[in-house]
Unconditional design. Structure first.
Length: 714
């Protein structure tokens, strides 16, 4: 694999038409598809720009450049997108360069989230590459004097199938050409049986840069004359300034103080001086009295909830209760959880001559662009956002506050400015996974079949709440979707937002524990209970694949030996996923150690198997944190966690052996891979704890204190 060489970015302010001109000769293929990167439901609710949503350029030297509005934040899509294009184009992967997340050169995109890059943008990339292949084979047919049907393509070379000596390369065909072609998704795509690049696991295109330290993140950007900013922050959400004295900071050599429309910052040529200047600022604040805290938030969420929305309903709930041999009413809770990415929010802004260039750690460069434009009072087309590599996002880098701050400060001082949040700022301004409450009423008959499912979720949203089993009498209600509750001060004391598979890890924690509650009461093995209550062939296949990989054998549960096993099933972003976990519980301390995790996934066609497994392993590792330790400490708007000394997320020492099984399914197109692996982790560990000690944990995170409390209650 040749090293990836990133092309020199276009000049600030270059519009899309001028950018196309700079590409020079060759073949440029565009795919006109509206709203790529937008969930279908969201696309129906809102109007999004229609744009050419995939660029594929074959240059006169045979090099191929793929342009995508998506960003690379460790999930590996730079490589998988190139694989899809290489497969359909018939060109070697080593010939590809991928340009991502640049508003001046890439097609508009709603943002990188929801495991939608492969599912939604991938088909456009494949269509563009397939169409490019047809264009080039048409040119080759003319050059070689044979019909297109007589030709074959391999590694960027078109040849006569019966006479390989007669051939011509893509570079030769593109030479002297200037072709721009727009297509839709109707291009004929290769089948799974024909794949030679998709379904393989090549070296990652970004791997060499990252392991050698050459990879650039927003914090690595340096501009001539750049200043580092530190911003005066309130001590709590909702606090207002009482007094402010910046005179001592302003008197420091090399320090510039900005106080403009509520944005107060100190700037210097190095971050250490800026930090010292911030310490010299004296500020007093009016802090509102807290109305909720980490203990009282759950009652508040239920009492202040908006009107419930019925997401799904069927049958008759009263009839379901009447047919039951046993009924169960349970309530589940989860805390606010921070995103805690390795890379804090960072941006560099260079504003001059009525135009702005922003290098931002963001999941949404095209969403950041209008935010910056509004803050500066300039047209969006005069703002260029470039997204270097991003050091983790998980939904938390959707907002663009740090970019707006950097741009405003750059405009004020006339120099490039970097705003890099400290870890304390990262925690304070995070858009947390919302705390939530789930109430479930369910029932089983004498044969161990579910007759009733009445499910109400407060604050988390409905994602992951869908009924995945054959239940004739059911109702699902959501009291507040995530989009309804984000930043609503009367509901949450601070901003909330999407957190890897938003809502699904909350809902699967409740739903799959409830399944085990019923299985235990019915005296049925947990996997057998799930198999008994579904006819879905994909679900049956994945459950059985997980059980086989684990070596599951039915036995009485709970075992109450201190060692337990659990199972949980879910569906997210088109992927069916089953987790089985072993745990050991220390009865004297309440400590839980996860000993093993087996995960089986049916995610349709797998573009990059190693990449899919790594994403799943990462999701499982992240899931250990929300399951066992992560819970934000707060009192009203006062955030008590400012660093990793108090906010505990997954440690390397916690990570058990993980086995990922990719269930073959070439009949379905590629589905999401970045998020499904996280959704069952709370439930599977809770179910394994129950098997180990016979006690149920209804709160996330399942801390040692909560485990001991549950033990005392048994």
């Amino acid at each position: 694999m040749t090293d990836l060489v990133r092309p020199t970015p276009a000049p600030t302010g270059m519009d899309r038409r001028d950018f196309v001109k700079t590409l020079g000769g060759g073949v440029l293929v565009l795919v006109a598809l509206p709203s790529i990167g937008v969930e279908p439901a969201a696309a129906q609710r809102r109007q999004y720009p229609t744009d050419v949503n995939a660029y594929l350029h074959i240059a006169q030297d045979g090099k191929v450049t793929l342009f995508s509005g998506k960003i690379e934040m460790g999930q590996g899509v730079e490589t998988s997108l190139a694989q899809m294009a290489a497969e359909e184009l018939g060109a070697p992967l080593s010939s590809f360069t991928v340009v991502m997340g640049d508003t001046a050169s890439c097609p508009w995109d709603a943002g990188t989230w929801g495991s939608m890059t492969t599912r939604f943008f991938g088909p456009a990339v494949r269509a563009a590459a397939a169409q490019a292949r047809l264009i080039l084979t048409d040119l080759a047919a003319e050059r070689l004097g044979v019909p297109r049907s007589a030709l074959a393509v391999e590694d960027g070379v078109v040849y006569v199938a019966r006479d390989r000596a007669r051939h011509v390369s893509y570079g030769e065909l593109a030479r002297g050409q200037r072709i721009t072609h727009t297509v839709d998704q109707k291009a004929v795509l290769r089948t799974a049986r024909q794949f030679t690049v998709m379904g393989t696991s090549p070296k990652r295109l970004d791997g060499h840069e990252k392991v050698t330290g050459r990879a650039k993140y927003a914090g690595d950007i340096r501009r001539p004359g750049m200043l580092y900013a530190r911003i005066v922050r309130p001590p709590a959400h909702g606090a207002t300034p009482k007094s402010l004295d910046t005179s001592a900071a302003a008197a420091m050599p090399g320090v510039t103080v900005v106080n403009h429309d509520g944005l107060v910052a100190v700037l210097a040529a190095d971050p250490e001086t800026a930090a010292k200047a911030l310490d010299a600022v004296k500020a007093e604040w009016n802090v509102p009295d807290p109305t909720v805290n980490a203990q009282t938030i759950y009652a508040h969420l239920v009492s202040a909830a908006p009107h419930g929305e019925t997401v799904d309903a069927a049958g008759d709930l009263a009839a379901g209760r009447a047919a039951a041999a046993k009924t169960f009413d349970t309530t589940y809770y989860n805390a606010y959880v921070a995103h805690a990415p390795i890379e804090p929010h960072t941006s560099v802004a260079d504003v001059r001559d009525g135009k702005a260039t922003v290098w931002a750690s963001t999941q949404s460069p095209f969403g950041t662009q209008p935010q910056v434009a509004r803050a500066l009072g300039i047209a969006p087309e005069n703002v260029r956002v470039i997204t270097p590599f991003v050091g983790g996002g998980f939904g938390g880098k959707s907002a663009g506050q740090q970019s707006v701050e950097a741009a405003r400060l750059s405009q004020a001082v006339g120099k490039p400015v970097m705003v890099a949040w400290t870890r304390a700022e990262e925690f304070f301004y995070d858009t947390y996974r919302p705390a939530a409450v789930v109430k479930v009423a369910s029932a089983v008959d004498g044969a161990g079949r579910i007759t009733l499912w009445d499910y109400s979720v407060y604050a988390a949203g409905s994602r992951g709440s869908n009924v995945l089993y054959d239940i004739p009498n059911r109702r699902i209600r959501a009291f507040g979707q995530q989009s309804d509750t984000r930043g609503t001060e009367s509901y949450h004391p601070f901003a909330t937002g999407p957190w890897r598979a938003p809502g699904a890890n909350t809902n699967r924690f409740a739903a799959e524990q409830q399944m085990d509650v019923m299985a235990a009461a019915a005296g049925v093995d947990p996997i057998e209970f799930r198999l008994r209550n579904t006819k879905d062939p994909r679900m049956l296949r994945v459950l059985r694949a997980a059980a086989e990989a684990y070596g599951w054998r039915p036995r009485a549960f709970p075992a109450r030996t201190g060692h337990g096993r659990g199972v949980a099933f879910g569906e997210d972003v088109g992927t069916y996923v089953v987790h089985i976990a072993d745990v050991t519980v220390d009865r004297s301390t309440g400590a839980v150690k996860v000993d093993r995790v087996v995960c089986a996934q049916d995610m349709g066609i797998v573009v990059n198997p190693d990449g899919a497994k790594m994403q799943t392993e990462g999701a499982i590792t992240m899931g250990l944190g929300y399951a066992l330790s992560e819970g934000l400490r707060f009192d009203g708007g006062d955030i008590k966690d400012a660093n990793f000394d108090t906010y505990r997320f997954t440690r390397f020492s916690w990570v058990p052996p993980i086995e990922v099984v990719l269930v073959k399914n070439d009949d379905d197109p590629p589905q999401g891979g970045g998020e499904p692996g996280v959704i069952n982790m709370g439930a599977v560990i809770a179910n394994a704890i129950f098997d180990a000690i016979g006690a149920r944990i209804y709160y996330l995170p399942m801390t040692p204190e909560r485990v001991l409390e549950a033990l005392r209650a048994t």
